[in-house]
Design a protein around this ligand. Structure first.
Ligand code: SAM
Length: 266
């Protein structure tokens, strides 16, 4: 039997030990045999083995060389598995086939940057089933005005249809983490997005500026980030958005309208 490497907390290694959670994740993923799955951080293979039994191709990227060696031995019989050693942030996403399904129990320490990276690559991705800290999952689905609503909520809800599937107690992992996790499903909503990459760039810049200074009003936060005040005033007048509001009160629809108006008046 290959030697099981010791968990490295620095790499967010909290391994899933509950087969029931694996089953629930697979149910949410609703895989078809012809799906291609991309798994980030296969770890000791809790999900990987189950995925290889359901689809013909599982592309997995793991940063820890010892775990890659361990998996290469324990998954030797799994013809479906293509195992890569490396950082998922630096993975060549353009090599993934269109329609890939992402399934991952994400490492906490880098979960938000990974989510933003995956969202950037969504053209190749059909849907994502992600396990994250519960708090990050709550932020993704939060409604305007709530404590959790922010940049991650607006960007996730603009680009995808997010839904929280279920909560996973900390006791389902070893070593046991300090917080609970949750599984979210992000399905594609490309059809309803403006098909204009330039607009998306403006939208992202406007949303980032609006949330850059959370204590400031919308107009002051955007101005501090370099937008011209007359442009902002005209855009807010046009969209009937009070410049004294704060970013966390704006709906995704209002952000879209504001970004369109700023683009027109810039
Ligand atoms: N999928 C396994 C499970 O559910 O038991 C392990 C999940 S564990 C929370 C996260 C895994 O991601 C670890 O195996 C860790 O080594 C790996 N990891 C951490 N940072 C990574 C990165 N930047 N790119 C790829 N894998 C990473």
């Amino acid at each position: 039997m290959p030697v099981l490497p010791r968990p490295r907390k620095r790499l967010g290694q909290h391994f899933l030990i509950d087969p029931n959670i694996v089953r629930k994740i697979l149910k949410v993923a609703a895989l078809n045999p012809e799906d291609v799955v991309f798994e980030i951080g296969p770890g000791r293979g809790a999900l990987t083995h189950a995925l290889c039994e359901r689809v013909a191709r599982v592309i997995a990227v793991e940063i820890d060389r010892l775990l890659v060696e361990y998996l290469a031995q324990t998954c030797a019989q799994q013809d479906a598995l293509e195992l890569h050693h490396g950082d998922a942030l630096a993975f060549p996403y353009d090599t993934l086939p269109a329609g890939t399904v992402v399934i991952a129990n994400l490492p906490y320490y880098v979960s938000t940057p990974l989510v933003f990276r995956l969202l950037e690559e969504r053209d190749r991705i059909d849907r994502m089933v992600l396990m994250l800290q519960r708090e990050v999952a709550e932020r993704m689905i939060a409604a305007p005005g709530s404590r959790d609503y922010g940049l991650l909520s607006v960007v996730t809800q603009y680009l995808t249809n997010p839904s929280k599937a279920f909560v996973v107690p900390a006791s389902c992992f070893r070593p046991v983490p300090q917080v609970d996790s949750a599984v979210v499903c992000l399905s594609d909503r490309a059809a309803s997005n403006p098909d204009d990459a330039r607009f998306e760039e403006v939208f992202m810049k406007v949303v980032r500026s609006a949330f850059a200074h959370r204590r400031k009003t919308l107009i002051n936060s955007c101005r501090e980030e370099g937008w011209e005040e007359p442009v902002l005033r005209r855009a807010m007048e046009e969209t009937k958005i009070d410049p004294r509001r704060r970013a966390e009160t704006l709906t995704v629809k209002e952000f879209i309208a504001l970004a369109h108006a700023i683009r027109v008046f810039s």
